[in-house]
Design a protein around this ligand. Structure first.
Ligand code: ASP
Ligand code: MG
Length: 447
């Protein structure tokens, strides 16, 4: 069995959906197709939920009509036979009737989640009917019946397996299943989400639950690049990454993959392939436990980082100081990304600033605090990176760009730099030049 996930612009128009169908047809075996919403739809639903929160139910209705038109237009392009079109449209109207009811309700978190996950419900319904209309039998599975994820950081994939297996039909030859990404249910059967971009994660959770052969994630770029193609020219796709490399890159900003995607399949050693729906013949990136190349491989950057410095003479020769500091962050459920220390100061970074106020209140007890917002972490990865003979060159960047923190040696496979976000693009370009171009790696995909 294979899990194939299609998202964003891959399912953005009827034309791209024709491509998706062809891709599915070209891949043999049993498949579970995980779809996200059409591109732009979840953002639109977020605006609807905001309108409801602000008591603007009428505005929500108007926004909803745009959504209706968008999906009806898609349906009209995908299913042209009048009888079938009529039948499927009436099914779509039923879904919208249910949805209209959510829009009339008072604001609540539960209702917000029901609204946010509606884009996936709509698209999977239309897509499943389109496959039927084009002679491809399939079974539409309702993720709300089995995507039980109580702990988002550590899903119990055995529990997901127990719940989904009864819906799978073993008697059929190589069946195709369609289901929604993004949605999850908790222990009270409440519908919730796997956070924005979470359909990738849905795919690997299902992959681990069902011990899939592989998980394929189809997007609109040809795999992980060795640097951020939005800011740097002459990047190239990487044909192989290890799970650890991909996890670091995804966590530190590479937008191609939801940061948690790797974790469910890592232990089961199920490879993930990142492929481009628009150029399916290209190899894309394989993420697995194989180490094909040692040394420097890729660079990514994550914005929205806040650096906090705690300077205290009490730290001098004292033990237990770090523990107290970390406890403050732990108690306020805030993850720390980077840390550097000197004898009298500690600097660390966070990206979730929801509890910054109370964190600072408590830190003040321990010394003078400085907070610097609008920073970016630049993450440089590669198996055995710090042993690579070219790695020293990354410090040449210090001649050009002010670096606020450096984390070197935390693992063999990663070096992280903290820069002001206004210097990020220049830092990415400078690193690209010194680490890849000068080192003669440009345009040569690593194998
Ligand atoms: N549709 C959801 C979102 O836009 C999930 C996803 O695309 O993966 O965040
Ligand atoms: Mg995505």
């Amino acid at each position: 069995m294979k899990i194939l996930k299609f998202g964003g612009t891959s399912v953005g128009t009827a034309e791209s959906i024709y491509n998706v169908r062809n891709i599915i047809e070209s891949i043999p075996g049993t498949k579970i197709i995980v779809l996200s919403a059409m591109s732009g739809v979840t953002n639109h639903l977020v605006t609807i939920t905001e309108a409801i929160k602000n008591g603007k139910q009428e505005e929500a209705q108007i926004l909803n009509s745009v959504l209706k038109v968008k999906h009806i237009e898609l349906l009209d392009k995908l299913i042209t036979s009048p009888d079938r079109n009529f039948k499927v449209k009436s099914g779509l109207n039923d879904l919208f009737k249910e949805f209209d009811d959510f829009l009339l309700r008072e604001y609540s978190e539960d209702n917000t989640n029901l609204i946010l996950t509606f884009g996936e419900t709509l698209l999977t319904y239309i897509f499943s009917e389109y496959l039927f209309a084009s002679q491809m039998d399939n079974t539409l599975l309702d993720g709300k019946r089995f995507m039980y994820v109580e702990n988002i950081e550590n899903p119990d994939t055995t529990e997901v397996a127990n719940r989904i297996i009864p819906f799978l039909k073993s008697e059929e030859m190589e069946p195709i299943y369609i289901t929604q990404g993004f949605v999850r249910i908790d222990k009270f059967n409440r519908v919730s989400t796997l956070k924005r971009g979470g359909s990738d994660y849905s795919a690997t959770i299902l992959g681990a639950a069902l011990n899939a052969e592989e998980v394929q994630i189809w997007t609109d770029i040809d795999g992980f690049h060795n640097n951020d193609p939005r800011y740097v020219e002459d990047t190239h796709p990487l044909s192989n990454l290890t799970f650890e490399e991909a996890a670091e890159l995804a966590y530190f900003g590479a937008k191609i993959l939801h940061p948690q995607t790797i974790s469910p399949v890592l232990e089961k050693n199920i490879p993930i392939y990142l492929k481009n729906t628009f150029t399916p013949e290209l190899p894309g990136t394989k993420i697995s436990s194989e180490i094909n190349k040692k040394g420097l491989k890729a660079i990514s950057a994550k914005d929205g980082i806040t650096a906090i410095k705690i300077k205290s003479n009490r730290m001098l020769m004292a033990h237990g100081f770090l523990k107290k500091i970390f406890e403050i962050f732990d108690n306020l459920e805030t993850a720390i990304d980077m840390i550097t220390t000197s004898e009298i100061a500690i600097s660390l970074t966070i990206d979730d600033t929801r509890n910054l106020g109370p964190i600072l209140d408590q830190l003040h007890e321990y010394g003078d605090i400085t907070v610097e917002k609008d920073h970016s972490i630049i993450c440089i990865v590669g198996e055995g990176l710090i042993e690579d003979s070219n790695t020293y060159k990354l410090f040449e960047i210090l001649n050009e760009i002010p670096i606020r923190m450096i984390s070197y040696g935390g693992s063999l496979n990663n070096v992280s730099l903290l820069v002001a976000t206004e210097n990020k693009v220049n830092a990415l370009k400078a690193l690209h030049k010194t680490l890849f171009i000068k080192a003669g790696q440009e345009l040569v995909p690593s194998l």
